[in-house]
Write a protein that binds this ligand. Sequence first.
Ligand code: PMP
Length: 362
Amino acid sequence: MADARRFNFSSGPATMPETVLAQLRDELWSIGGTGIGIGEHSHRSATFDRVLHEAVHAVRTVSGLGDGWEILFLQGGATMHFSLLPMNFLGEGRSAAFIDTGTWTTKAIPEARRHGAVAVVWSGERHGWDRVPGHSEIPPCTKHAYLHYCANNTIEGTQFAGPPEVDVPLICDSSSDLFSRRYDFRNHSVVFASAQKNIGLSGNVLMLVRGDFLSTARGDLSPMLSYREHAKAGSRLNTPNTLGIRAIGLCCRWILDTGGLAAMESRNESKAALLYDAIETSGGFYRGCAHAASRSRMNITFRLPNDALEAAFIEEASQQDLDGLAGHRSFGGVRASIYNAMPIAGCEALASFMRQFARLRG
Ligand code: PMP
């Protein structure tokens, strides 16, 4: 008998859809009646050809992006792509613009500086990363090779409502909100995401890149560092993470089977509303970290009146099968990560625990 599952609010690796887990469990043993598991089939086999084809098809369907976009399954986490993106797209004498909204853009900036100049066109540092900029706060960026931003700030709990309106190629780190809502990627050149939050397992990166932008990438890099080479080889330049690609394919299929992005967005909005409501009606006992207009629907960050109460909250929640609520070690507080696969019941249970805790300790 398998262990009972707990509600897991971890920021990633994070909760997976249960139907996907069950299918992966079966396919680890034998996929498609072959008598060989997904982790055992050759990456050049007909079985894996089908897995890859299905994954590309599911991603293309969910994203709604046409054939002008390459879909790449890569490795190294989003972190490696903080280095590879400027290596590929920032030539001699060129500059990259960044909107700095927290930890994950702050980490990407020095990697771009290794390859060219960087202009930080907006930074949230002086207000403690509590919001993202409005459209009017972002200057024209036309002289730069691209503008890099992070759609959802996993640690700080802030999120863009829509893409920045600039006339320059956009690169979006969507690691913690890809396919959690409808979002206009048409004016982007690159969208990349670590898979372990909304769409799969850790170590895998999904990259959507426009073909015309890809053709501007440097052509003289070692093949494993070159997006053009990965695209030419159809994500099989070397042995890819076959299980990870299957997981992404199944998660995207699950999104489609449960109503697509519109339905996902509406469920995610309802889930976040349950928790923000528990914060707002607590009479100041819980304090949200983000400004209302910038609040994330994926990572709900808040504080309690003191560190001791925060520690007690996290400990007592865990005893009630509400796990993984500690804020990031650099940021503190409480963080509830409620990605696509977190059921509404998990948010209801947490909201009810929050009310009970505030009543007893407030
Ligand atoms: N960007 C964002 C927005 C993230 O949330 C994370 C991981 N939490 C990363 C990048 C880094 O991902 P990885 O650890 O897979 O390299």
